[in-house]
Write a protein that binds this ligand. Structure first.
Ligand SMILES: Cc1cc2nc3c(=O)[nH]c(=O)nc-3n(C[C@H](O)[C@H](O)[C@H](O)COP(=O)(O)OP(=O)(O)OC[C@H]3O[C@@H](n4cnc5c(N)ncnc54)[C@H](O)[C@@H]3O)c2cc1C
Length: 516
């Protein structure tokens, strides 16, 4: 098995925007400049997944990127009647994956084919038949972790979510390809909640948990800590269930896609709760670092959004659980105007098309406050970005942040923003928070792949004293030796993959793992 670090990066030179309408398929360099229908045989097939996963996230627009000029074509009698209403992927020629990129567009998958099974039995048949295969989530990872060079990819986006709640066990069972936002809305509508979410609701449950995706909160474990069971298709095509009574679950819950295709997950749930978000702007780094533990403990989930090259943290976000309905009133309870040198900010006047969930102290369901971004809008920098994240042990937090501030003048020119969060220690083998209460230091980079990839080794060297563990779905250059030291259960993890996948069908990458 090789790991998805990021020793090189491939720019994707061509990008086109496609509009798919009942009248046909159209290409243009920008959404405003539609061109005539495309009929070239040198073509890219568009699937439902490509449409709904696009940065625009509308039903009729897809962004396609490729290492060659993109051409769009219908396959056979593919019904181009809009992304969300097309027939089954197989009918649409959905096994063609030429030119498919990850969400950000910083890498083109090198798999030869992409399959959209519509049943678990189909998943089993595909996995049993294909010599090399990997499950693909919503393509939000920034490195090659979801790729299967020369092999096949399997997306579960055609399997219905099938959300089943067990109110006695306080668990929910859901298909692996379901997006967190879809699951969260369903849970909320039925009076239940998850303990936490990542910043974006667009990602799939299986894909997010596979890389150790997390939110924030001193006492909140990463999302995979809620996994109480998985159902997966092993390399031989057999379907197995692994729950907490089986020690393997500690490896499978952050499994990097290396054990098989997870068709269903069972997650812990709790009664629904309300969250209010308060934002403080321009708190000085020095003031915040002096009171760092208190700052990060000041709410259920805390994020610091800023820049290491600035003397101030742009925004301190507090997401506090609100227990009483009265507090959820449209008139929020007053909070201090100033905190840690920052000033309370009312975003009520933000433009209506902004992509963030409501803040301004107005409480709302956990499902609309814990994710930073709304499901109906493109998250973050809209894909014009790269991301990196390191977990360091919490007791090193202030020193590690100080180290990064000393590199501020090198980091800032390439940074959209850093996000600092916390995660509680857990016992999942490849969790970046394995047996360590952790500080999560996230970088949302400008799309400067060459400069970012050149900078990462220096950042990693500067943080080396704190044994940083990388986020598995983001860009990093830490080598296998250091990974082995920093993830002490890695040898057992690798050993266990061979019992689920003796021939390395899911994990034999063939090439060194890269950013693109
Ligand atoms: C804008 C943005 C914001 C982000 N915010 C956060 C954040 O707040 N916190 C955080 O921790 N991360 C964050 N991430 C990273 C993101 O959560 C991870 O990269 C996540 O893994 C993406 O999920 P996905 O569904 O796109 O999976 P993919 O990227 O498609 O795949 C990731 C891995 O999951 C495996 N996989 C997918 N489906 C299955 C399956 N059915 N069975 C088995 N394995 C499977 C793949 O093989 C691969 O190894 C962010 C990313 C973006 C683009």
């Amino acid at each position: 098995m090789t790991f998805p670090n990021s020793s090189s990066s491939t720019a994707v030179p061509y990008r086109s925007t496609a509009r798919i309408t009942p009248g046909g398929a159209w290409l243009g360099e920008t959404p405003a400049a539609w061109m005539t229908p495309v009929t070239s045989p040198n073509a890219v097939a568009v699937s439902t997944s490509a449409c709904t996963d696009s940065r625009e996230d509308t039903s009729t627009i897809a962004v396609l990127t490729s290492t060659r000029p993109v051409q769009l074509v219908t396959v056979g009698d593919v019904p181009l009647d809009g992304c969300k209403t097309g027939g089954k992927a197989s009918e649409r020629g959905g096994a063609v994956a030429v030119g498919l990129t990850n969400w950000s567009g910083n890498l083109a998958y090198r798999a030869d084919s992409l399959h959209y099974p519509t049943s678990v039995v189909e998943v089993q048949e595909l996995v049993a038949r294909l010599p090399r295969v990997k499950a693909l989530g919503t393509r939000h990872s920034f490195n090659t972790i979801a790729d299967s060079p020369g092999g096949a990819l399997i997306s579960l986006s055609e399997l219905a979510p099938e959300v089943t709640i067990d109110a006695e066990a306080m668990t929910v069972s859901v298909t692996g390809g379901t997006r967190y936002g879809v699951l969260a809305a369903e849970l909320q509508s039925r009076g239940y909640a998850l303990h936490n979410t990542g910043s974006l609701p667009h990602i799939s449950v299986a894909g997010a948990t596979a890389t150790g995706t997390h939110g924030s909160g001193d006492r909140n474990g990463i999302l995979s800590t809620a996994v109480s069971a998985v159902e997966l298709v092993k390399a031989d095509g057999s379907l197995v269930s692994v729950d907490r009574s089986n020690p393997d679950l500690k490896a499978l819950a952050v499994g990097l896609g290396a054990f098989g295709v997870i068709t269903r997950l069972v997650l812990d749930i709790q009664p629904t709760y309300l969250v209010r978000q308060d934002v403080y702007r321009n708190a000085p780094w020095d003031t915040v670092l002096e009171a760092f533990d208190a700052v990060m403990a000041s709410a259920y989930s805390v994020s610091l959004i800023g820049d290491f090259g600035s003397p101030e943290i742009h925004e301190l976000w507090q997401k506090a659980r609100v227990e009483s309905v009265r507090d959820a009133d449209e008139q929020p309870e007053p909070v201090p105007e100033s905190l840690y040198g920052g000033t309370w900010y009312d975003d009520a006047e933000a433009p209506p098309d902004h992509t963030l969930n409501v803040r301004a102290g107005i409480a709302g369901p956990w499902s609309e406050r814990l994710p930073h971004f709304r499901l109906d809008a493109p998250p973050s920098a809209g894909g014009d970005e790269l991301q990196t994240e390191y977990f360091v042990e919490r007791r090193h937090a202030v020193n590690a942040l100080g180290t990064l501030r000393s590199l501020g003048d090198r980091i800032s020119p390439h940074l959209h923003a850093t996000e600092i969060r916390t995660a509680a220690a857990d016992d999942l083998w490849l969790s970046p928070a394995y047996e360590r209460d952790s500080l999560c230091i996230g970088f949302t980079w400008r799309k400067h792949p060459t400069e970012v990839m050149a900078l990462l080794p220096d950042i990693e060297a500067a943080l080396a004293a704190y044994d940083p563990r990388p986020h598995w779905g983001k860009l990093f250059t830490i080598g296998d030796e250091d990974l082995g030291r920093r993830f002490p259960r890695l040898p057992e993890f690798l050993e266990l993959t061979t019992t689920y996948d003796p021939t390395g069908k899911f994990s034999k990458a063939g090439d060194p793992p890269t950013a693109g």
